[in-house]
Design a protein around this ligand. Sequence first.
Ligand SMILES: Nc1ncnc2c1ncn2[C@@H]1O[C@H](COP(=O)(O)OP(=O)(O)OP(=O)(O)O)[C@@H](O)[C@H]1O
Length: 637
Amino acid sequence: MADVRLLAEEPDQRHVLRRAWPYLRRHRAAIGAAVTVNLLATLALTLVPVVIGRAVDELIDGDRTGLLTAAAVVFGLVIVRTLLLRWSELLLVRAGEKVVHDLRDLVVERLGGTPLRFLEAHRGGDLLQRATVEIADLAAFVRGQLPDLISLAGYVVFATVVLLTSSWQLLTLLLVVFAPPMWLLTRIVRRTAERAYPAEAAARSTLTATFSESLLAREQLQIDGATGTWLSRLRGDAGDYYRRARTAQGAATWIDGTWIVQGLASAALLIAGGVLAGNGTITVGVVVTFMLASRDLFSSVDDLTLVVGDLLETRVGLARLLDLLAATGDHSKQREISDKSGGGVPGHGAAAGGAAAGGAVAGGAVAGGTAAGAAAAGGVAAGGAAAGAAGGAAAGAAAASGAGLTAEAVTYSYKAGELVLHGISVHFGPGEHAGLIGETGSGKTTLAKLLCGLYLPDSGTVRLGGADLSALDAADLRRRLVLIPQQVHMIAGSLADNLALTPGKKTRDDFAAAAAALGLTAWIDSLPDGFDTDLGRRGERFSAGERQLVGLVRAAMTDPEVLILDEATADLDPATAQRIEEALARLRDGRTVLVIAHRPATIDRLPRVVRLHAGRIESAGRIESAGRIETEEPSCP
Ligand SMILES: Nc1ncnc2c1ncn2[C@@H]1O[C@H](COP(=O)(O)OP(=O)(O)OP(=O)(O)O)[C@@H](O)[C@H]1O
């Protein structure tokens, strides 16, 4: 089984910020400005107890003007702090929202480009949780707690400096009475939270996944009478989440211990301050400054512990998000590397290395009835030459149109050690029309997904016009090779909304022209609102056959070189089957078409049929279908 990096349920929490930095770096100026303004606001607040302490001393000395000046300065500081804080909040929220917005875009982009195998290896609900809820939690933290976190942390630092400059004796006492128990409590909270929060997040994700699967499978569960069994599974997951959430809440109760520590520290400071002021070591004003500043310091540390609790929770979400970005980033990196490795074929078979084989198979050498041009291209051309020979042998269907599609010794497994395809070698020549048949589970759909690049083979190669699929640019590949699956995916909305899901921008005229070209105008006109017909959620008002008609119209607009149709097995009423056959007949001219055929009528119409049996091409097997008997020779070397 080819490597797919699986997401960790409880990803590594270490160095999360450092790992997040590459995604934050481009916003560093905005973040830096916001943090600076926030710290200036905090500094203004820190100076208030100092001014009040001075005013008390001046009052004791009988200087009433000093008191008035102090009152004015305090008022000024409060105004400055309020304005600066508001400004910093706006800056922080703006910078934070930009980061979150970028992350959201990146996740959507990465998930869109990630191999199907990766998506299939994970529960949809888990991916959804990471891509939506965890980003939303991050956004809420940025908006709600991040400004507080910075200003509280800043206050702790500034207040410590103020206390140190006011009285080292009282600061020493404070450090002895307050710091050790606080350090111990914070450690306990951190330790318990580090265990409890990731476990809670993982359990929540499992519950979301189970819940979303119950919604998706609701019909099936009711039909099978399995609702009870599923509900007990859902209850089990909910119970597990409840237990872990309680443990996480238990971790938070440790935070209340800080009140006791603060009370003890205040009492000790008051007594020591009184003694020191009494013997003239410090002034009463310094004691006042100390008491005010230390109260603010306590409540800052208190708030900080709470915000740090939120921070730890957000860190878990961020770590899970980074895990998703790293895993999906690995895939895009792989594609990037293969794009740069010289196999990239931006156009139709025109790139170094792939060019000769691609060009030859796609239209040149083979059309002229010789594989000589391809043979001259060396290594890559070996596939092309063989392909040319095989294409020529393919019931004379090889035309000077479309591109040849070749599987060379392709293997694939969904689970390690359990091969579903055992070294498939097959070639469909340019312009050839062929069928792929075989019993249920023989691997037809899997082979189709490999042939169109949705899966990458564990070993072996798939070539389009001689070029390795994995080296082709993804967007180019999607334009050149279209797969219409058994269950065409539809989105909520109208027929027009669904038809618009093709590369490039398409207008109503394009829809109408494509439908007309496939002989489907009468069918569109028969729909209640034509192209505006509402198809319901995920197109559930259309049968599987009608969805395939939508797929065929999309394919006509994309105009690919190769079309693979995985024929629907269900819901094919005679009228729809007739429409599909007619549309396909009109669409197949000038391109390579492979149909995974289930119905005898379809098989009969195909000039060549390849049979799969238990993941192997049945060598020299006899293909029997509705009165026709052919011999299929493996057509790849
Ligand atoms: N996503 C998947 N994860 C794990 N196993 C899978 C997956 N998809 C298919 N398989 C297994 O791979 C094997 C081949 O399945 P595949 O769908 O390719 O067969 P098929 O010939 O197309 O069948 P059908 O005619 O029923 O569509 C089967 O044993 C199937 O259970």
